[in-house]
Design a protein around this ligand. Sequence first.
Ligand code: 4NP
Length: 157
Amino acid sequence: MVKKILFVCLGNICRSPAAEAIFKQKIKDRDLENLFVVDSAGTGGWHVGNLADRRMREAALSRGIELTSRSRKIDDNDLYEFDHILVMDKDNLNAVKSLIKDNTYPINSKIKLILSYSKKSQLDEVPDPYYGGQNGFERVLDLLDEAIDELIDSLID
Ligand code: 4NP
Protein backbone atom coordinates (compact mmCIF):
# COMPACT_ATOMS: atom_id res chain seq x y z
CA MET A 1 0.00 0.00 0.00
CA VAL A 2 1.27 3.45 -0.95
CA LYS A 3 1.73 5.78 2.01
CA LYS A 4 0.97 9.47 1.55
CA ILE A 5 3.27 11.85 3.40
CA LEU A 6 2.72 15.61 3.85
CA PHE A 7 5.34 17.98 5.30
CA VAL A 8 4.02 21.24 6.74
CA CYS A 9 5.62 24.53 7.86
CA LEU A 10 4.42 28.14 7.97
CA GLY A 11 5.22 29.55 4.52
CA ASN A 12 5.93 26.35 2.53
CA ILE A 13 8.97 28.06 1.05
CA CYS A 14 11.79 27.01 3.42
CA ARG A 15 11.49 24.02 5.78
CA SER A 16 8.69 21.85 4.35
CA PRO A 17 9.77 22.05 0.68
CA ALA A 18 13.27 21.08 1.87
CA ALA A 19 11.80 18.14 3.81
CA GLU A 20 9.77 17.09 0.74
CA ALA A 21 12.84 17.19 -1.53
CA ILE A 22 15.08 15.38 0.98
CA PHE A 23 12.46 12.66 1.47
CA LYS A 24 12.10 12.24 -2.30
CA GLN A 25 15.87 12.06 -2.76
CA LYS A 26 16.25 9.45 -0.03
CA ILE A 27 13.48 7.17 -1.30
CA LYS A 28 14.98 7.45 -4.77
CA ASP A 29 18.43 6.49 -3.45
CA ARG A 30 16.89 3.56 -1.53
CA ASP A 31 14.74 2.43 -4.47
CA LEU A 32 11.53 2.95 -2.46
CA GLU A 33 9.85 5.51 -4.72
CA ASN A 34 6.85 3.34 -5.53
CA LEU A 35 5.92 3.07 -1.83
CA PHE A 36 5.26 6.77 -1.25
CA VAL A 37 3.41 9.88 -2.39
CA VAL A 38 5.09 12.99 -0.96
CA ASP A 39 3.98 16.62 -0.82
CA SER A 40 4.35 19.75 1.32
CA ALA A 41 2.15 22.70 2.30
CA GLY A 42 2.11 25.81 4.49
CA THR A 43 -0.30 26.90 7.20
CA GLY A 44 -0.08 30.46 5.80
CA GLY A 45 -0.91 31.53 2.27
CA TRP A 46 1.43 34.51 1.67
CA HIS A 47 3.73 32.70 -0.75
CA VAL A 48 1.22 30.52 -2.63
CA GLY A 49 2.48 29.69 -6.13
CA ASN A 50 6.09 30.65 -5.38
CA LEU A 51 9.16 28.48 -5.65
CA ALA A 52 11.03 27.85 -2.40
CA ASP A 53 13.11 30.68 -0.98
CA ARG A 54 16.30 31.16 -3.04
CA ARG A 55 18.51 30.78 0.05
CA MET A 56 17.02 27.36 0.77
CA ARG A 57 17.17 26.29 -2.87
CA GLU A 58 20.86 27.21 -3.03
CA ALA A 59 21.74 25.53 0.27
CA ALA A 60 19.94 22.34 -0.81
CA LEU A 61 21.41 22.36 -4.31
CA SER A 62 24.92 22.51 -2.88
CA ARG A 63 24.05 19.15 -1.26
CA GLY A 64 22.72 17.78 -4.54
CA ILE A 65 19.05 18.28 -3.69
CA GLU A 66 16.84 20.25 -6.08
CA LEU A 67 13.75 22.04 -4.73
CA THR A 68 11.12 22.35 -7.46
CA SER A 69 7.84 22.56 -5.53
CA ARG A 70 5.53 25.58 -5.49
CA SER A 71 4.05 26.87 -2.25
CA ARG A 72 0.48 25.92 -1.43
CA LYS A 73 -1.69 26.35 1.63
CA ILE A 74 -2.87 23.30 3.55
CA ASP A 75 -6.63 22.72 3.58
CA ASP A 76 -8.85 20.36 5.54
CA ASN A 77 -8.99 17.80 2.70
CA ASP A 78 -5.29 17.20 3.31
CA LEU A 79 -6.15 15.86 6.75
CA TYR A 80 -8.05 12.98 5.11
CA GLU A 81 -5.89 12.61 2.00
CA PHE A 82 -2.55 12.06 3.75
CA ASP A 83 -1.57 9.20 6.07
CA HIS A 84 1.24 11.06 7.86
CA ILE A 85 1.44 14.82 8.40
CA LEU A 86 4.87 15.93 9.64
CA VAL A 87 5.08 19.47 10.99
CA MET A 88 8.18 21.54 11.72
CA ASP A 89 7.17 23.30 14.94
CA LYS A 90 4.48 23.55 17.58
CA ASP A 91 2.78 26.53 15.95
CA ASN A 92 2.38 24.41 12.80
CA LEU A 93 1.07 21.56 14.97
CA ASN A 94 -1.59 23.78 16.53
CA ALA A 95 -2.50 25.36 13.18
CA VAL A 96 -2.97 21.96 11.51
CA LYS A 97 -4.95 20.57 14.44
CA SER A 98 -7.21 23.61 14.34
CA LEU A 99 -8.36 22.46 10.87
CA ILE A 100 -9.85 19.27 12.35
CA LYS A 101 -13.64 19.58 12.27
CA ASP A 102 -14.65 15.95 12.54
CA ASN A 103 -13.54 14.48 15.86
CA THR A 104 -14.89 11.04 15.02
CA TYR A 105 -12.12 10.47 12.48
CA PRO A 106 -8.68 9.70 13.98
CA ILE A 107 -6.67 12.55 12.47
CA ASN A 108 -4.80 13.66 15.58
CA SER A 109 -2.54 10.63 15.58
CA LYS A 110 -1.42 11.31 11.98
CA ILE A 111 0.06 14.70 12.90
CA LYS A 112 3.55 14.71 14.42
CA LEU A 113 6.56 16.96 14.90
CA ILE A 114 9.19 15.80 12.40
CA LEU A 115 11.93 15.94 15.04
CA SER A 116 10.05 13.41 17.16
CA TYR A 117 11.68 10.95 14.73
CA SER A 118 15.19 12.24 15.37
CA LYS A 119 17.34 10.14 17.67
CA LYS A 120 20.19 12.66 17.72
CA SER A 121 18.61 16.09 17.99
CA GLN A 122 17.99 17.71 21.38
CA LEU A 123 15.49 20.05 19.68
CA ASP A 124 11.85 19.22 19.20
CA GLU A 125 11.20 21.95 16.60
CA VAL A 126 12.95 22.80 13.32
CA PRO A 127 13.83 26.51 13.74
CA ASP A 128 12.28 28.93 11.25
CA PRO A 129 15.25 30.17 9.14
CA TYR A 130 13.37 32.90 7.24
CA TYR A 131 14.63 35.97 9.13
CA GLY A 132 18.08 34.61 9.91
CA GLY A 133 21.38 34.06 8.12
CA GLN A 134 22.58 31.35 5.76
CA ASN A 135 23.71 29.07 8.58
CA GLY A 136 20.06 28.75 9.67
CA PHE A 137 19.27 27.10 6.33
CA GLU A 138 22.20 24.69 6.69
CA ARG A 139 20.99 23.83 10.19
CA VAL A 140 17.49 23.08 8.88
CA LEU A 141 18.96 20.75 6.24
CA ASP A 142 21.12 18.95 8.83
CA LEU A 143 18.15 18.43 11.17
CA LEU A 144 15.87 17.23 8.39
CA ASP A 145 18.48 14.93 6.89
CA GLU A 146 18.80 12.90 10.07
CA ALA A 147 15.12 12.92 11.07
CA ILE A 148 13.99 11.84 7.60
CA ASP A 149 16.31 8.81 7.61
CA GLU A 150 14.61 7.73 10.85
CA LEU A 151 11.17 8.56 9.49
CA ILE A 152 11.67 6.41 6.40
CA ASP A 153 13.02 3.54 8.51
CA SER A 154 9.90 3.69 10.69
CA LEU A 155 7.55 3.79 7.68
CA ILE A 156 9.01 0.71 5.99
CA ASP A 157 9.07 -1.43 9.13
P1 4NP B 1 8.91 28.33 6.32
O1 4NP B 1 9.61 29.75 6.57
O2 4NP B 1 7.72 28.27 7.25
O3 4NP B 1 9.98 27.34 6.72
O4 4NP B 1 8.55 28.29 4.85
C1 4NP B 1 8.93 30.97 6.49
C2 4NP B 1 8.66 31.53 5.26
C3 4NP B 1 8.02 32.75 5.18
C4 4NP B 1 7.65 33.40 6.33
C5 4NP B 1 7.90 32.83 7.56
C6 4NP B 1 8.54 31.61 7.64
N1 4NP B 1 7.01 34.66 6.23
O5 4NP B 1 6.77 35.27 7.30
O6 4NP B 1 6.70 35.14 5.13
